[in-house]
Design a protein around this ligand. Structure first.
Ligand code: SAM
Length: 268
């Protein structure tokens, strides 16, 4: 039989101090006209406090039983609150008619699908003002990693094109029931008013950046030649022009260098 707790990453927050700290960060981002989305409200540890702001509140919960409990709870029966029994990764956000840069997303992200949800968030980033997320500590370290450090990777670079990412604080397993085996961290993502990558280039850039980081032991030149199907004769002059060594590895390039290289390669 399927273990729902494991499958849905159900570690529920039980520490009031932590709940209040997360709510304070979210409320600092909030104005009256903003829509709040909570992904995975679970038993409502954060949700109940989010209702107090009186903003439009959208709850997306994948677990049928938890969805029923939320729907039957009087606190959440209000014209401002909509509850969906859905998977946040495959959810059709267009049905929400979100306004540009007007949405705050709050979530104690299920660890099992945190990266998929983060990719989804990029797809709707034009509607997002900011996000307050709880993730596994290792993931938080990857998301804020700087060039030349071991945690810096393609996912980091891609996400940092759309959001300024800040780690806020760590959370001990003791603050949850059941206790997870890992430490968690709260991060805040603030959406850029102009993302560094145009929406029409997003998919190709994501592919480009993952090709660049595909093999950490290879040079950037070899990784791009092998994985991104680019000619060496085209790549080398651009790198020379940018003062980037032909022997450089992907983790040595700053975000703005990746962007410049990508758009130079895109030129006919
Ligand atoms: N927010 C609650 C809290 O802080 O106590 C619950 C957090 S628990 C870590 C993750 C929640 O996300 C669970 O309620 C789980 O059922 C739900 N969930 C898991 N995968 C989901 C998905 N793909 N879409 C929406 N909700 C999901």
């Amino acid at each position: 039989m399927l273990n729902f707790q494991k499958y849905f990453g159900q570690n529920f927050l039980i520490d009031n101090n932590i709940i209040n700290k997360i709510i304070n960060i979210a409320s600092g981002e909030l104005s009256k006209e903003n829509t709040i989305i909570e992904i995975g409200p679970g038993k409502g540890a954060l949700t109940e406090k989010l209702t107090r702001f009186g903003n439009n509140l959208i709850l997306i919960e994948a677990d049928k039983n938890l969805y029923s409990q939320l729907s039957n709870n009087k606190i959440y029966q209000s014209p401002h609150i909509k509850i969906f029994n859905a998977d946040a990764v495959n959810f059709d956000y267009s049905q929400l008619n979100l306004k540009l840069k007007n949405t705050i997303i709050v979530s104690n992200l299920p660890y099992s699908c945190a990266s998929q949800i983060l990719y989804k968030i990029v797809e709707i980033s034009e509607f997002i003002k900011s996000c307050v997320f709880m993730v596994q500590k290792e993931m938080a370290e990857r998301l804020i990693a700087k060039c030349t450090t071991k945690n810096y990777n393609g996912f980091t670079v891609f996400l940092q094109c759309f959001f300024q990412i800040k780690k806020m604080f760590d959370i001990s397993p003791n603050c949850f029931n059941p206790k997870p085996k890992v430490i968690s961290s709260v991060i805040k993502l603030t959406s850029y008013s102009d993302p560094l990558i145009k929406s029409e280039d997003r998919e190709v850039f994501n592919h480009f950046i993952h090709c660049a980081f595909a093999n950490k032991r290879k040079t950037l030149v070899n990784s791009l030649i092998n994985n991104f199907s680019i000619d060496k004769s085209r790549l080398i002059p651009i790198l020379n022009n940018m003062n980037i060594s032909e022997n450089a590895r992907a983790e040595q390039l700053q975000l703005d260098e990746f962007l410049k290289l990508f758009y130079q390669l895109a030129k006919k």
